[in-house]
Design a protein. Structure first.
Length: 306
């Protein structure tokens, strides 16, 4: 299936023979996940974020395929999953209902294997192309990490999630020290390479699914970290790891190599906040780090009184 080998497809059908037939059509080109009813299908999708396409039987006991799709539509994490109905209901109104609910295709049983395989391949190709475009739109072209747009969206979501779960979330704003002088001394191509190397160090601290490292603009980066127990240790290691890259910086007034200044704020459970407020407090702490001599991190809790 040319470049789509690792896409995951969920086959949902209460009939074992039908499940097996569809699975044989897709193997070994795709990763196939099976479910025999609507409830288990929803659980599979909840547990496995790699599922991008569902081949969904309409007539199943307990919960129809239509009901499954309606539940997917109401669940934000699953809204990007595409659904193809596979149904023995061949009336035009049945097909219309499925498509109006948001299915990308409607296939009648008994299926024609060769035709169905091509249709599934076409949808998988479209899904891969859409995801590639989303990655490009959400990433900074120079450094390869998330861009400002992705960061702004993640900050709003991260703050909302922290409040809902009563968990802390931390935001660090990071600035390369004396970067204008670096560009003036070494030239912009060298400056671009320095940005890439610092970006990779910042990204190495965003290891968990909900962490995010982003280029905020120019020589400034952002790091969004839910539920970090020891910010002091993490930020100290971040500063040291950038210095350890040993990128010569003759124009720096604080170190012979490229260094960073960091301002970080932690939103603790129960604090009233806004994403903009988080940014403003992190920026204020970044300013403190610069005032205190740069090549260091300053962090503190988000003020409860705000």
């Amino acid at each position: 299936m040319g470049g789509l080998e690792q896409q995951s497809v969920l086959i949902v059908d209460d009939d074992r023979v039908s499940r097996t037939m569809l699975a044989e059509l897709l193997n070994p080109d795709t990763r196939v996940v099976l479910a025999k009813d609507g409830a288990s299908a929803l659980q599979r999708i909840h547990d496995d974020a790699s599922i991008c396409l569902v081949l969904l039987d309409v007539g199943m006991p307990g919960m129809s395929g239509y009901e499954v799709l309606q539940k997917l539509n109401s669940s934000p994490p699953a809204q990007d999953v595409r659904v193809i109905f596979i149904s023995g209901a061949t009336e035009e109104r049945d097909e219309e209902k499925g498509l109006l609910l948001g299915a990308v295709d409607y296939v009648f049983k008994p299926i024609r294997p060769a035709i169905v395989k091509v249709r599934i391949q076409n949808h998988l190709r479209l899904i891969a192309q859409r995801k590639a475009l989303e990655r490009l739109a959400g990433h900074d072209a120079l450094t390869g990490i998330a861009n400002r747009r992705s960061f702004d969206e993640a900050l709003v979501l991260g703050c909302q999630t922290a409040v809902r779960r009563q968990e802390p979330v931390s935001l660090a704003m990071i600035d390369i020290d004396f970067f204008k002088q670096y560009n003036d001394h070494y030239g912009h191509p060298a400056g671009d390479e320095a940005l890439r190397r610092v970006a990779q160090v910042v990204a190495s601290f965003a290891r968990r699914p909900y962490d995010l490292a982003a280029r905020y603009g120019g020589e400034e980066f952002a790091l969004l970290l839910p539920v970090v127990p020891d910010m002091n240790d993490l930020l100290d290691r971040l500063c040291l790891d950038v210095v350890a890259q040993a990128i010569p910086h003759a124009g720096s007034k604080v170190a012979p190599v490229v260094s960073i200044s960091v301002g970080a704020v932690q939103l603790r459970p129960g604090a009233t906040h806004t994403p903009q407020g988080m940014l403003e407090h992190a920026d204020a702490l970044l300013y403190q780090a610069k005032q205190q001599g740069r090549n260091r991190a300053v962090w503190g809790p988000y003020p409860v009184s705000d």
